[in-house]
Design a protein around this ligand. Sequence first.
Ligand code: NAD
Length: 498
Amino acid sequence: MSTRPTTLAEWQALAASLSFETRAFVDDQFVDALSGETFASVNPATGETLAEVASCDAADAERAVEHARAAFERGEWSRLAPGKRKAVLLRLADLMAAHKHELALLDTLDMGKPVSSALGDMAGAIGCLRHQAESIDKLYGEVAPTGEESLGLVLREPLGVVASIVPWNFPLMMTAWKIAPALAAGNSVILKPSEKSPLSALRLAQLAREAGLPRGVFQVLPGFGHTVGRALALSMGVDCLAFTGSTQVGKQLMQYAGESNLKRVYLECGGKSPNLVFADCKHLEAVAEHAAAAIFHNQGEVCIAGSRLLVENSIREAFVDKVLAAAERMQPGDPLDPDSFMGAIVDETQHRRILDYIRQGVAEGAQLRGGGAALERPGYFIAPTVFDGVTPEMAIGREEIFGPVLAVFGFDSEEEAVAMANDSDYGLAAGLWSQDIDRVMRVTRRLQSGQVFVNNWAGGDQSMPFGGVKQSGNGRDKSHHSLAEYSSLKSVWISLDS
Ligand code: NAD
């Protein structure tokens, strides 16, 4: 059978041939949870159970932390020359590339995203690993500008044990964004994937072993947030918590750090990102296509989804018509069909939540212009939904829905657009479309956002940091900025006889 599927039938055949690793990965061994408990991993496109996966809890967390610490102390990884760590991580990246179809498929089956989109995620994951690996042996310490009677060195050291807790919307890509810089910097890493998408992380563990990561340096604990996630966050043996997920859980993690050992907590949380379209932007048709993709890509289950579309009133009616036409071309389909733009919503709970928001939008008086309902088919599918005439007081205009629901607002002036964009607890991403460079720079500087996309949505590469301000979090994934987060500075003052 082809391992490079390109058609629906080939993806289905590859899916039918897969076997899943379902056990935790602890100290280089695949093991059941100590309790013997499991949880079901369900394919949201069909509602069928794919596998029963080890459900780790506090005891498993404690055991993994001990192994992680022991590995760190042994120094086979933490004290290895950066160039040698680089070689191992590049080997892992090569293995991921060799197995990218299988890895993409695991994410698709687990959480419903279309395979073509999952393949794009693999490129992002592999690219991140390569970038961080390539960076680590080019990162210098500092010599401080002291007088001749002393030498001041600023050394970078790994932190120790890093726990990475990740969500389900980009399972392997979010994992790579966390573990690549943490491992490159020399830490021991314990990964807790989301209970909704554990399978690719466990396959990654197999590849990490094959790549030659020493025992205990990378471990994977599948399980629930309130059990194993909480235990890692409260552990006295974890030095850093790197989290991507909801703002609500992010706040809890900061409390856990305060209740335990003041571990570093890096948060990449939710968003309600504004996308500002000014009447002077070029190619309205293309901008409308981008605006639709900004919310409907990955079923709207994207932290930086452009979920608030702010359109200058003079073009609003015509523009919304174009967005609706684009949405029509983005209807959900079988996630295994490479031509599907949207797939299934991750699970029944999220499906229900999104439909509740849609009902609330109608009840609050927003104008439902397109979509608004579940698809009549097995699994959890929702049509791309567009509300016009949304106001900032409405729940659909303020809260992160994490689904394919676009809220359109109108504005009459730049001032009003900026005020509306910033009227949010979140500050993850913002977009603006305009040909006026003065306006672009004025507005960019005033937007309260970790990233601003000008005449594009979601642009960026591995060289650009990714993260938010306000309640979207405090961490930065990707780029050398993320590498810096996983190390601490040691100042060494050496007295010299002169
Ligand atoms: P979530 O917060 O429910 O869960 C995220 C992870 O935290 C999961 O692994 C979960 O098991 C774990 N968790 C839950 N409760 C916990 C607890 N008490 N202690 C420790 N761990 C706990 O989020 P989700 O539903 O998986 O993902 C969606 C959210 O993630 C959205 O808000 C989205 O915006 C956000 N997100 C942010 C980014 C970013 O880069 N800023 C990227 C992707 C997703």
